[in-house]
Design a protein. Structure first.
Lengths: 247, 347
């Protein structure tokens, strides 16, 4: 059984069809890459997976459970975490507090008005572990808005990891990162591979082809090619397109 | 929002050193307020409006929700207190609870309609509901007394079973309101620094991120609005006691704007204590400048414009920046002295 499965997903905004019968099945522990040109519908597909956009048709199943059309907070609670192409952090909070917000234990206490949030060692320790996993161990007290671009990207992933997700959706995680940042991220993803189901939209072909177990190519709202990286390199459509040059 | 905490240890406390100092200073007010040409009733007003502004700031400062019709809940609380006393039971505690509950229920009703909105649409909806409540208060003459207000409200005694305190005297009532204010500030401080408060503050920064972390954004927005309305209503109940009446004017858009102005001028967006500073400044200016000219609001309006233009973080923000700068300068001076000593030692 797939960990996450999209079947016949169809999205239209007014007259415009953005996604047309998109299927995707990602096995547990698989790193599945999603690539395609700008405007192909990749982020919309992510928004469907994570509940931000309700599909006009089709279904999304998480571990066999139908989660189609559930709101983002319900889908997140069921175990799908995501990062954003345009970074979305709690800028006024410290890096540690950003991560703390993602902890399921903290979320369970979200309506607690009687106890102080500060000073809970369990939360702080768990948050510090997630920060250490992305190389931000010494930056826990720095406000998110004061972090460098690369560190903010890493923090986005730390927040998603703190959710202890079953599926991690990364939307262009290398976007804006320098060579070192990409290398650091690649090392992190390599460590997570096999332990976590990951779906990543990515434009960095080297990153994707070196790490992904399988890749889906979306173009004009449809999956035009799918396979293992080496299979895709032989794919006629990919070879003819610009994407093939990088692959 | 920095939420007024100088350190995480302050955030973890129920009662902070700042609170203790403030309460002690406020406890001395009846001893000297008449000597400087003012009067104890002003102190009562400042405390009640401070509680109201702190409640309002849950919505504006902590949650970042622009509510411009909050006077409605303050007024509903005043009417609920008066009607409870006149028509149901003349018991202080029951009537204050009624003020909070009725205003809170009005807040729930409004929150059901507005909590899926953001920004300007949210603001307009709060104004629209505020105007509806204000109109109802004016037109329901039989219940509220219309524009004449609900009169003959009494300052009921604070009955603690074995002892009962008469609150008819302004000084006695001041100390009662101070005690309520002290409890209110501690409760609101804890609320703002609780996990709930953190989530609400997170939602202010990014609703999208909060939702994708598993938080029901609608529920938090609705609940914080209702809580704020309930505490505002509680303050309204105290205000009815203070005035011995409840009038619809506090519910008007005009007077709803006062609490926004007080909160922003004081620095509610960056500090927990900002609304208290704003209320103190506003009501003192009203009485001191108002004794000299009827156009006191013109001068306060100019101050408001100046703050928005030059210090949008308000007085609390400016004070905080000044303290930080002072600390930085002190550190630099120490650093320079230490360097001189080191260089001197090297010789």
């Amino acid at each position: 059984m797939s960990m996450i499965e999209a079947a016949g997903v169809h999205v239209r905004f007014g007259d415009r069809v953005v996604l047309e019968s998109v299927d995707l099945a990602v096995a547990e522990g698989e790193f599945h890459g999603v690539m395609g040109p700008n405007g192909a519908g990749k982020t919309t597909f992510f928004n469907v997976l994570t509940g931000r956009v309700k599909p006009s048709r089709g279904s999304i199943r998480l571990g066999g459970e139908d989660v189609t059309g559930l709101s983002p907070h319900r889908i997140a609670a069921k175990g799908i975490a995501r990062s954003f192409q345009i970074m979305t952090l709690f800028d006024e909070f410290s890096a540690r507090d950003n991560v703390m917000m993602g902890l399921p234990a903290f979320r369970a206490r979200g309506l607690d008005m009687a106890r102080a949030a500060a000073g809970d060692r369990n939360f702080a320790e768990q948050a510090s572990e997630a920060l250490a996993a992305v190389g931000l161990a010494d930056k826990g007290d720095v406000r998110a808005k004061d972090l460098s671009y690369g560190d903010r990207r890493a923090l986005e992933i730390a927040v998603a990891l703190a959710q202890a997700p079953r599926v991690l959706c990364l939307d262009e995680p290398t976007s804006g990162l320098g060579f070192d940042g990409v290398q650091r991220l690649a090392a992190l993803v390599a460590r997570l591979k096999g332990k976590l189901t990951i779906v990543a939209i990515e434009h960095d072909m080297e990153f994707l082809f070196s790490l992904a177990d399988r890749i889906s190519v979306i173009h004009w709202g449809q999956v035009v090619a799918r396979g293992r990286p080496q299979e895709l390199q032989q794919n006629e459509w990919v070879r003819r397109s610009n994407l093939g040059k990088f692959a | 929002m920095i939420v007024g905490s100088r350190s995480s240890s302050d955030a973890a406390r129920l009662v902070t050193p700042t609170m203790l100092v403030l309460w002690l200073v406020l406890a001395t007010v009846p001893l000297w307020i008449t000597r400087i040409g003012l009067y104890p009733y002003l102190g009562i007003e400042i405390l009640i409006w401070s509680l109201y502004a702190l409640a309002f700031n849950l919505v504006l400062g902590t949650a970042g929700l622009p509510s411009f019709g909050h006077g409605a809940y303050f007024g509903i609380g005043a009417y609920a207190f008066g009607l409870c006393q006149l028509d149901i039971v003349a018991n202080l505690w029951i009537c204050l609870a009624a003020a909070a509950v009725v205003a809170g229920l009005a807040g729930v009703l409004v929150a059901l309609f507005i909590s899926h909105r953001r920004g300007i649409y949210y603001a307009f909806m709060t104004i629209a509901f505020g105007q509806i409540f204000w109109t109802l208060a004016i037109k329901s003459h039989r219940i509220t007394g219309g524009e004449d207000g609900l009169l003959k409200i009494k300052r009921l005694p604070a009955d603690f079973g074995l002892v009962s305190f008469d609150l008819t005297d302004n000084v006695a009532f001041y100390y009662f309101v101070l005690a309520v204010f002290a409890v209110g500030t501690a409760v609101l401080w804890r609320l703002v620094h609780s996990p709930y408060g953190r989530v609400v503050a997170a939602i202010r920064q990014s609703e999208v991120r909060a939702a994708h972390l598993g938080y029901n954004v609608w529920l938090y927005k609705a609940s914080v609005f209702a809580l704020s309305a309930a505490v505002s209503g509680f303050a309204g109940g105290l205000f009815a006691m203070a005035q011995l009446a409840a009038f619809p004017d506090v519910m008007s858009l005009h007077q709803s704007g006062y609490v926004v102005m007080m909160t922003l001028v004081g620095g509610g967006l960056v500090s927990f204590w900002g609304p208290v500073i704003g209320v103190f400044l506003f009501l003192t200016a009203r009485d001191v400048i108002g004794a000299l000219t009827n156009a006191w609001m013109l001068y306060f309006g100019l101050l408001f414009i100046a703050i928005v233009l030059f210090r949008p973080e308000g007085i609390a923000g400016a004070l905080s920046a000044a303290v930080q700068q002072h600390s930085l300068n002190t550190l630099r001076r120490r650093g320079t002295s230490a360097m001189r000593l080191l260089v001197g030692g090297g010789r």
